[in-house]
Design a protein around this ligand. Structure first.
Ligand SMILES: NC(=O)c1ccc[n+]([C@@H]2O[C@H](COP(=O)([O-])OP(=O)(O)OC[C@H]3O[C@@H](n4cnc5c(N)ncnc54)[C@H](O)[C@@H]3O)[C@@H](O)[C@H]2O)c1
Length: 292
């Protein structure tokens, strides 16, 4: 069993993708804390127990710092450690940006981004101490590529990619691997978004095998894994080689003229950090100005 002896917290696991994740992690040998702000957590924990697994339900919001701290403490008391955190809880407040209230924007950012931050910070010290941790942020194709009517959700979901990028760097020396999962599944959340004919293909259980790859001992770090209908892809935040435009007043004209070359994907890379991108610019300028 891939996760024998591991302890996992899955947020928003009372239904949908979180439930499928919790069930698969338990089947893979992990003891599972089933979190949800709604009613479903107890039933999922009971389902795991009935199948011979070990689980406990915690009903609280991922945005409630005190409740999340208590959940992590209870997980350690009952199961002895926390090795895996799956930040999955989420909500939608879809409306076009023209009609969106700032309250709806803030609420979505609060649940997805700050909820993930609160839960991650609650386990970060534990994972550092034990020199082992697996954290998954649930991002979305909306964050990566945009979807009409989901500016709040897309902003929050892409913020999680940014969070992952830096936490993967900061966690590396303590064996903490941080990744993103971008799922597609027919759930309560997508009830009105996914056409009925596609629902049979997009079952949540076909996403969770991707989660397993992100939390097992061999897990990568800093990966964005897309998953739906049993198909898996990886998304990258790439950087083109680009072009130097000079340091004189005509530089703007040359950026316009060189637009194709600047965007040419041939030779693009995935920088290992933000600093690496700056190095590329400095190296190009140094070459152009004949600075050794
Ligand atoms: N279903 C998709 O196609 C899809 C696509 C991209 C991303 N996602 C993401 O996957 C995750 C799971 O979505 P789903 O489709 O299973 O949705 P869902 O609505 O079926 O489940 C979400 C769960 O999160 C819980 N939740 C909401 N707010 C919470 C809070 N503050 N604290 C704790 N729990 C809370 C809900 O009660 C619910 O049980 C979400 O982060 C969602 O944004 C889903």
């Amino acid at each position: 069993m891939k996760l024998e002896g591991k302890v996992a917290i899955v947020t928003g696991a009372g239904t949908g993708l979180g439930r499928a994740h919790a069930l698969l992690l338990a089947r893979s040998g992990a003891k599972v804390v089933v979190n949800d702000v709604g009613e479903g957590a107890a039933a999922v924990a009971a389902e795991i127990g009935a199948a011979g697994g070990d689980a406990m339900a915690v009903r609280c919001s991922v945005t409630d710092e005190a409740a999340v701290a208590a959940m992590v403490e209870e997980a350690r008391r009952r199961f002895g450690a926390v090795h895996i955190l799956v930040n999955n809880a989420g909500i939608l407040r879809d409306v076009t940006f023209a009609k969106m209230s700032l309250d709806d924007f803030r609420l979505v950012v609060e649940v997805h981004l700050m909820g993930s931050v609160v839960c991650t910070q609650a386990v970060w010290g534990i994972m550092r101490e034990q020199n082992h941790g697996r954290i998954v942020m649930t991002t979305s194709s909306t964050g990566l590529y945009g979807n009409f009517g989901q500016s709040n959700y897309g902003a929050a979901k892409m913020a999680l990619v940014g969070l992952m990028q830096t936490l993967a760097l900061e966690g590396a020396r303590n064996g903490i691997k941080v990744n993103c999962l971008a799922p597609t599944a027919a759930t309560a959340m997508t009830e009105n978004l996914i056409p009925p004919t596609m629902k049979a293909l997009l079952v949540p259980e076909l996403v969770s095998p991707g989660l397993l790859a992100l939390v097992c001992d061999e897990a990568p770090t800093r990966a964005i894994l897309c998953a739906g209908a049993g198909h898996f892809e990886r998304a990258y935040v790439t950087l083109t080689a680009g072009a130097y435009a000079g340091d004189d007043p005509d530089a703007g004209e040359r950026v316009i003229a060189a637009w194709e070359a600047i965007g040419d994907p041939a030779g693009q890379t995935v920088p290992e950090s933000g600093g690496a991108q700056i190095q590329q610019e400095l190296a190009s300028a140094a070459r152009a100005r004949n600075i050794a």
